[in-house]
Design a protein around this ligand. Structure first.
Ligand SMILES: C[S@@+](CC[C@H](N)C(=O)[O-])C[C@H]1O[C@@H](n2cnc3c(N)ncnc32)[C@H](O)[C@@H]1O
Length: 353
């Protein structure tokens, strides 16, 4: 069987009719057999997202084949396209296996469900979790004025108005909590909530705020649920506006210049609006059915074009009529049937068409 079959975008589904065990055996045989000139990786990888990044110089043919297969599998299952840094991580992970263990390890991976903890632990080694509170303040401010205030004004007077917000790749939770803080501030400005100096929040009946934070990484979700953040270096508070400190309680004292310095927990009055759930953006069952505003920032940049399109469609489907989507600066939804752009000072947000 040529390597091309092994690294096709759906390795377990092809060739049709081949039993799983046979495919796995074939894959193992390929991985454990040094490449001949006729089973060229270049030919096979031209069919995969791994094609754009050449293997590191000096990588053995066996390792290069393994990395090609892993790259295609990661892209298929979680959307992450393979750039130089992801390939380097894959080479490090796969390269840690002795040649006779590499094939069996990949067989195991191939047989795992995408929600299996072992598969997720593997993928978590490839992802980037950089985030902080109120990341891109200009964008948050524009969302407050152009999107949130508008949704609140439209709902005001309804029997049971609900503001539903989704942070769709929330990492360790800072973005989801920032959205909750923005929501209470915007409601307060509209006379629909009261916040005292100690950060105690009372939404005025009958308003409800529901913020959902989701991420592929279970580890990140656990951190988000704990809601405890440490103040050190370029940490999660680097952008926090002064007035938002009232939404935190100090939980630990220490030297703020070193890791593990002062730590703060998000105030229960904010936490109660936010729930977290593990969710793969290419998965089947989103963690909510409808939303008014969706943040999906700094994640699609790692996806291939097909993955990005799927996520744009998912968000479009979930948004309420006239709802808003917020993406990273380089993620432009190119289908004019889905979103209309609203430009602000050096930022853009998208409204469902
Ligand atoms: C750089 S963080 C972005 C966090 C936050 N949105 C922000 O802009 O600050 C990217 C996050 O995307 C998550 N991620 C990557 N692929 C994903 C997928 N297929 N589904 C859901 N989350 C994913 C990673 O686990 C990581 O926590």
């Amino acid at each position: 069987m040529p390597v091309a079959t092994m690294v096709s975008s759906r390795p377990l589904a092809q060739p049709p009719g081949l039993a799983l065990q046979q495919q796995l055996d074939a894959m193992r045989a390929i991985l454990l057999t040094p490449r001949s000139s006729s089973s060229s990786t270049a030919a096979s990888s031209s069919r995969t997202p791994a094609a754009s990044v050449p293997p590191a110089r000096g990588a053995s043919p066996l390792l290069a084949d393994a990395v090609s297969w892993l790259s295609a599998e990661v892209c298929r299952r979680v959307g992450i396209a393979i750039n130089g840094s992801v390939r380097a991580k894959l080479e490090k992970i796969a390269g840690a296996y002795p040649p006779d263990k590499l094939g069996p390890w990949m067989e195991r991976l191939a047989g795992l469900d995408s929600n299996d903890p072992e598969w997720l632990s593997f993928v978590e080694m490839l992802t980037v979790h950089e985030t902080y509170f109120m990341r891109d303040p200009g964008q948050f401010d524009f969302v407050r004025r152009q999107a949130m205030a508008r949704v609140i004004a439209e709902r005001k007077g309804q029997d049971r108005p609900v503001l539903r917000l989704w942070s769709a790749a929330c990492s360790t939770g800072e973005e989801a909590y920032s959205l909750a803080m923005l929501a209470v501030d915007t409601l307060a400005a509209a006379g629909e909530a009261v916040i005292d100096a100690a950060g105690h929040v009372r939404t005025l009946r009958p308003w409800t705020i529901e913020v959902v934070g989701s991420d592929l990484s279970r580890q990140a979700i656990r951190t988000a649920q704990a809601a405890v953040y440490h103040e050190f270096g370029l940490g999660p508070f680097r952008n926090l506006p002064q007035q938002c400190w009232r939404f935190f309680e100090r939980t630990g004292k220490g030297d703020s210049s070193i890791e593990g310095g002062t730590s703060w927990q998000v105030h229960p009055d904010i936490r109660r609006f936010v729930r977290f759930q593990q969710f793969n953006l290419l998965g089947d069952k989103p963690p909510l059915e409808q939303a008014d505003i969706v943040f999906c920032r700094n994640v699609l940049i790692y996806f291939d074009a097909g993955g990005r399109r799927r996520v744009f469609k998912l968000i479009h489907t979930l948004l309420n009529p006239g709802g808003f989507a917020v993406f990273g600066p380089t993620d432009v939804p190119d289908d004019p049937n889905l979103f209309r752009a609203h430009w602000g000072p050096s930022t853009v947000i998208y409204q469902k068409v």
